[in-house]
Design a protein around this ligand. Structure first.
Ligand code: COA
Length: 328
């Protein structure tokens, strides 16, 4: 019998410090009205006392508590982050230490805002193997440290936070079902970058720079999302012979509230609920999907077919079809 994998717990952590649009009006040439109308964001959280590893560890602790497991039950820890505290030790190594997961190994994954869905797809492949009974997949982001706080076109968009899930093997038929990843040619454009790119070729320069801030050509990325993300989701539905009317929820990366109805329109989502929490947290890059899952399902009994779709730097897209069953 081929084994399948289920999501058995969901958790998130949001830093306490709230930065409102009104706060931003004091330091930037912007307004609450512009930010709300163009993005749907009213406020975001900023990690002042929390690192990426700490937020990921707090999520791991919540997942253990919710599932009644202890650290020694965990076999694998995968952390997605585009804003890690450093390159080594990995955030996964810190999580292992903080939850005393003595029987686990772990590693980090980075594919910008798409990272969580890619990490989930990797975790699912491990969790099919009986040697990996309990797999933690967590996304944790401290975008605030990579923002240029004098650039109103990017700094108003992002926030910090973390979220994650516990994966286990399941006897049900259709849990974590299928995944479709896609990466645009890097020449597609350099619409989101914090690498120093030369004009003449695509490889980053070897100039020594401390940390470069995030730059984004918002309009180009908007066009990319509206055309390519629905195509990716439609292909996933076709490949899995899943009619859209059998999907209960579409959990999209929270980049801009205006994107949601445009994506919905392209995939004809009549009767599909597309939740949104960007007004409270802004764009938390790869953490936005598990944070939204926790906003929607925390304490709820679920029996839902769900599509997750992440998109962003690379430019990359990852969509996943899964079934969420049980109390989260
Ligand atoms: N406050 C006030 N004005 C602002 C502003 C701000 N924070 N940021 C930009 N503006 C101005 C611009 O300078 C521009 O002025 P101009 O018309 O005089 O040149 C005007 O507002 C419109 O800018 P534009 O960039 O066209 O706005 P937009 O409607 O495209 O919204 C984004 C910008 C970034 C919110 C939007 O393009 C977006 O969400 N893109 C997709 C992001 C995404 O999906 N990312 C995924 C991976 S993270």
């Amino acid at each position: 019998m081929s084994s399948v994998v289920k999501v058995s717990a969901i958790a998130s952590y949001l830093p306490e410090k709230v930065l409102t649009n009104t706060d931003l009006e004091k330091i930037l040439d912007t307004s609450d009205k512009w930010i709300v109308q163009r993005t749907g964001i009213s406020e975001r959280r900023i990690a002042v006392n929390e690192s990426v590893s700490k937020m990921a560890s707090l999520v791991a602790q919540k997942l253990l508590k919710k599932s009644g497991l202890s650290g020694k039950d965990i076999n694998l820890i995968i952390v997605s982050s585009m804003t890690p505290d450093g390159t080594s030790p990995t955030a996964a190594a810190f999580v292992k230490d903080n939850i005393s997961a003595n029987n686990a190994f772990g590693f980090d994954v980075n594919s910008a805002c798409t990272g969580f869905v890619y990490a989930l797809s990797i975790g699912e492949k491990f969790a099919r193997n009986p040697d990996y009974k309990n797999v933690l997949v967590i996304a944790s982001e401290q975008n605030s440290k990579y923002l240029n706080w004098t650039d109103r076109t990017t700094s108003v968009l992002f926030g910090d936070g973390a979220g994650g899930v516990l994966l286990q093997r399941s006897s049900d038929k259709n849990d974590v079902e299928s995944f479709l990843g896609e990466q645009m040619d890097i020449k597609y454009d350099k619409a989101i970058t914090n690498a120093m790119l030369k004009d003449s070729n695509e490889l980053p320069t070897n100039k020594i720079i401390p940390i470069s801030t995030l730059k984004m050509d918002g309009r180009k990325v908007f066009e990319f999302v509206v055309t390519k993300v629905p195509q990716n989701i439609n292909t996933l539905l076709e490949k899995t012979h899943t009619p859209i009317n059998s999907v209960d929820k579409l959990i999209l990366h929270q980049a801009n509230k205006r994107l949601l109805p445009l994506i919905e329109k392209e995939i004809n989502t009549v009767g599909v609920y597309t939740p949104c929490d960007i007004q409270k947290y802004g764009n938390t890059s790869s953490a936005s999907i598990p944070i939204l899952l926790d906003s929607v399902y925390n304490g709820q009994d679920a029996d839902d077919t769900v599509i997750l779709s992440g998109f962003g730097g690379g430019l990359s897209i990852g969509s996943m079809l899964l079934h969420l069953k049980g109390r989260f």
